[in-house]
Structures are given as structure tokens and as C-alpha cells.
Design a protein around this ligand. Structure first.
Ligand SMILES: [Zn+2]
Ligand SMILES: [Zn+2]
Length: 76
């Protein structure tokens, strides 16, 4: 039995608990997306929810052809 949480196997919140199984690899940070993590999938790439939200504009530009421009009245 674990001396920290008193359970065997460890309680999931216990620092001795093994990491949950990796299910996907995040295309942004390259870290595993583990069992129970929230994720986004785009074109077969998987992202942690946080990574996707942090990088959404860049991902849209890279994957979806989004274009960032600066409006310029002189070009009209
Ligand atoms: Zn434990
Ligand atoms: Zn990530």
C-alpha cells in the first residue's frame, strides 16, 4: 500500500500515481495527451486543449489557409 495516499494502486491525485496512459501526441508541444485529457483534433493532428487554445490562430493559418493581414486603405 502506498505510504502517501494509503491506496493500492495509488489514488489518481497521489504524487506516486503512475501517469495515465498516453493516447495521442500533441502536435504543438510534442508531449503525450493522456487518458482523461481534453484535446482538439484537426486534420489528424491532436492538441491538448490548452495548446490548441493558446495557438489557435497559428494553427488556423498553418492548417486552414487563414491569412492575417493589415487593412490598408491605400490599396483599395
Ligand atoms: Zn499513492
Ligand atoms: Zn500540448
Amino acid at each position: 500500500m502506498c505510504s502517501i495516499c494509503g491506496h493500492y494502486p495509488c489514488h489518481p491525485q497521489c504524487p506516486n500515481a503512475p501517469d495515465p496512459e498516453a493516447v495521442y501526441e500533441c502536435a504543438s508541444c510534442k508531449e503525450p495527451i493522456r487518458d482523461g485529457d481534453d484535446y482538439f483534433e484537426l486534420d489528424g493532428d491532436y492538441y491538448h486543449e490548452d495548446c490548441f487554445l493558446d495557438n489557435a490562430p497559428g494553427i488556423l493559418v498553418e492548417k486552414c489557409g487563414a491569412v492575417r493581414g493589415t487593412a490598408d486603405a491605400r490599396c483599395q
